[in-house]
Design a protein around this ligand. Structure first.
Ligand code: NDP
Length: 493
């Protein structure tokens, strides 16, 4: 069992209040014991982050070479410590071994991608017609409050921490309570990178106490949040009180549009990859399969066949494809959606049950589940289930597919599968979502972009755009024109 403590100004803080994290594939095993931080702990973390930023202590804001070295080192250390990180991902959230390895690599990639950025961020300069010069300079936004979810705990955190470091922000990080162990371990890796103490502080405690105080605190300049849409809406409302900057990465219920001219076998592989990764607990999951009606039956047979080949089980086992859900409450939520689908009379093609045998009874395992011919207006099609439940919706034309894809409050991702490239591009333009995959699904390179339209969020992460979320742009006006003509146009003296 790992003992997790907040790290503030480089020092670990004990507390006399704890919470314990059970292992989701064996709920008799306790994985972490977390010391719950107090509001005073949080305030001291914010104060130190503020002080370092405002005084450019350690030359943190001005010396980008130092920051670039730190980022390279973090990436290197993540790769060195990958085995421990993989073990923790398996034990804390039940992520299957192969997926956990890929997840650790993806996190290292993000730190590596942003390493070197510090020296490559430029502003703009321009001579005005009167000869004066304006300089537009990019500056770090200040103290960043990073609030992260449990489902992809390393990459979601890396997408905030790495660009914030690259531009010279200081950080107070509040990780999800389910994943305090892995977050603590990542924090220790970051601390071992040569980063000055206090530049990043990690504070553990419940979202509605520590998270909400971080959002309310007026010494914080920006909140970068990933989590549920309802939490995101509350954060935006609260942040408006002092006009704190916010970026929000929220929920999704994403269409996977399959046309009859696509390579069906590859498409099904893409669908399964996009849908059942992390047991469907993914904001970008391809959770609505929109299929051209003519091929619906053929596709459904192939989907069922593919699902029957998936290995659901202990995430430690090399060939496991689908692990458990993160918690009992997540399991109950998913089972209640399955019940809803059955009550509404949708045909259950496969799955639908909690797994109670094969040594899995002490975990939160649910069979990969598929409902066919679902109405897009139904709750199981409109709401984020966050579990291994796929709904299939039929369409007859390209226009109808686009209408169904867009007829939802979310706009995070969409996949389009067709061999007609012009059609794919046409549709890409009309789908209102932050990421579109053509003949692919759920691939997220560090060089790319991530973020949502509509209620899937505000702002973007990854790539060049991810940097912009952590900078302010300032104009410096240089008068080099002794005539001051613009003054004379207004005043006569
Ligand atoms: P939550 O919104 O419940 O929690 C996310 C984080 O916010 C956690 O650290 C949580 O702390 C904290 N939190 C909870 N309440 C508050 C509050 N009032 N003020 C401040 N912080 C708070 O989401 P989940 O952890 O359940 O994550 C799953 C959700 O995240 C899904 O909806 C998913 O779609 C979304 N998501 C979006 C992604 C995207 O990129 N668009 C990527 C990944 C997930 P604690 O854990 O202590 O409750």
């Amino acid at each position: 069992m790992i003992e997790v403590k907040s790290i503030i100004n480089g020092e670990e803080r004990k507390s006399d209040q704890y919470y314990y994290r059970e292992c989701p594939y064996d709920n008799e095993k306790i994985v972490t014991k977390t010391h719950i931080a107090s509001i005073e702990d949080l305030k001291s973390a914010i104060d130190i982050a503020r002080e370092i930023f405002d005084n450019d202590r350690y030359n943190w804001v001005s010396d980008y070479k130092q920051r670039d070295r730190v980022l390279f080192k973090i990436a290197e250390r993540i790769r060195e410590e990958s085995q421990t990180l993989v073990d923790l991902l398996i034990d804390e959230i039940g992520m299957p071994l192969r997926q956990a390895k890929a997840h650790v690599n993806a996190a290292a990639d993000i730190f590596e991608y942003y390493a070197g950025f510090g020296s490559k961020i430029y502003g703009n300069v321009k001579f005005l017609p009167n000869g004066d010069l304006i300089q537009l300079v990019k500056e770090p936004v200040g103290v960043v409050g990073a609030i992260t979810p449990w489902n992809f705990p390393l990459t979601q955190s890396a997408r905030k921490i790495a660009p914030a470091i690259a531009v010279g922000c200081t950080i107070v990080w509040k990780p999800a309570s389910y994943t305090s162990g892995i977050s603590y371990y990542l924090a220790k890796i970051i601390m071992s990178s040569g980063i000055p103490k206090g530049v990043i502080n990690v504070v553990f405690g419940p979202g509605d106490k520590i998270g909400s105080e971080l959002v309310k605190n007026n010494k914080v300049d920006k909140i970068s949040f990933t989590g549920e849409t309802t939490t995101g809406k509350w954060i935006m409302q609260e942040a408006s009180k002092d006009l704190k900057r916010v970026s929000l990465e929220l929920g999704g219920k994403n269409p996977f549009i399959l046309f009859k001219d696509a390579n069906l076998d590859q498409a099904i592989k893409g669908l399964i990859y996009g849908m059942f990764r992390n047991a469907g607990q993914a904001c970008g999951a391809t959770a609505r399969l929109l299929v051209e009606e003519e091929i619906a039956e053929k596709v459904e047979n192939k989907v069922v066949e593919a699902i029957k080949r998936l290995k659901v089980g202990n995430p430690r086992v090399e060939d496991t494809d689908v692990g458990p859900l993160v918690s009992k409450s997540q399991e109950n939520k998913v089972l209640s959606y399955i019940e809803m689908g059955l009550k509404e009379g949708y045909k259950l093609l496969v799955g639908g049950n909690k797994i109670r045998n094969n040594g899995l009874e002490r975990g939160y395992f649910i069979e990969p589940t598929v409902f066919s011919n679902v109405d897009n207006k139904s709750k199981i099609a409109q709401e984020e289930i966050f579990g291994p439940v796929l709904v299939i919706i039929y369409f007859k034309s390209e226009d109808e597919a686009i209408t169904i894809a867009n007829d939802i409050i979310y706009g995070l991702t969409a996949a389009i599968w067709t061999n007609d490239y012009r059609k794919a591009l046409r549709i890409s333009r009309r789908i209102r979502a932050g990421s579109i995959w053509i003949n692919d699904a759920y691939t997220q390179p560090a060089e790319g972009l991530w973020g949502g339209y509509k209620q899937s969020g505000i702002g973007r992460e990854l790539g060049l755009q991810g940097i912009e979320e952590f900078v302010e742009v300032k104009m410096i006006y240089n008068n080099i024109n002794e005539n001051y003509l613009h003054f004379k146009q207004v005043y006569k003296y």
